[in-house]
Design a binder for this molecule. Sequence first.
Ligand code: UT7
Length: 332
Amino acid sequence: MNKSIILGLGHYIPPKVVTNHDLAKLMDTSDEWIRQRTGIVERHYVENGVGNTEMSYEATHMALKEAGLRIQDIDCIILATLSPDYTFPGTACFLQEKLGVPGIPAIDLRQQCTGFIYGLSIADQFIKSGMYQKILVIGTEVHSTGLEFATRGRDVTVLFGDGAACAIVGVSKKEDGKGILSTHLHADGRYARELWTEAPSCKSHPRMTQKHLDEGSWYPKMNGRAVFVSAVKKFEEVIQEALEKNEVKISDVSLFIFHQANLRIVQAVCEKMGIPLEKTFNNIQKYGNTTAASIPLALSEAWQEGKIKKGDLVCLSAFGSGFTWASALIRW
Ligand code: UT7
């Protein structure tokens, strides 16, 4: 059976920086509150007219360069986002058009914060089965056009930022134990309404009403405490699951990359599990929560900064809306 390896990583962050101080001018919040509760200092927002397609295009070209590949080498696109450019068709189709590779499959995933690991897992199965050889897996998010810039939405608005990042997954030619060792996917829809956006909805006639606009139900809503508590629990479970499956210990892992939702969540999980904080890579300070982009963005930056070396064992883990949670263990 084929084994999957990551051939290249890429990311793109829009240039416009929005600091906590900038947000404090628009709503009742403060730099101190945001830093203390989340670790976030600033985030980036796209300019008008830029969407997931444009950001993903840039991230893809960085990954292709890194992998020494041409776009014609890619035979499948998997794109994870909760903020698609349009309701339909999927953003992967628009990206495929922009990349100029008509004909190859273009798949959208809707798994929010765990979207990238779900995508990685699907790519891994395609590679193992021999169906595709070089798969572009992207996580991308434009939150800034869907946030409420007023005190009513402050608990959610201060958390999120825009960005795109990706990995090219290919076939390992060597029997050296390197590559994606395992992936672990979970969901529990009983908690779907703890972090969601209610409108527009096809259950409503019409999908968007004046009431939705007045009540702000087209903005994301979150039960922050419930999400926080479940996140700490499920991160631990799903990391443990990956370690047990591969019969390795925390001390065998070189780097833990957590979905960047809140620095306090990372600290709480590390404390519970005995993971030294130095073994984690965090960039939430600069980007906020970029949801599906967060894990590949951290992975790509960690790689660029030389934090991942050949032979390292890297553990990815995520938790978010759905609820969904997932992990992956990769030998670099
Ligand atoms: O990627 C998706 C997954 N998402 C997450 O993992 C997020 C998980 N949740 C969290 O990270 C945290 O729950 C938050 C950062 C969202 C909130 O932190 P918290 O320590 O749980 O605060 P809280 O919701 O209990 O709110 C504490 C206070 C409240 O005021 P009162 O009721 O104590 O008077 C809030 O109204 O802070 C207030 N508050 C704010 N104050 C200033 C809420 N948001 C803000 C804000 N600025 N932005």
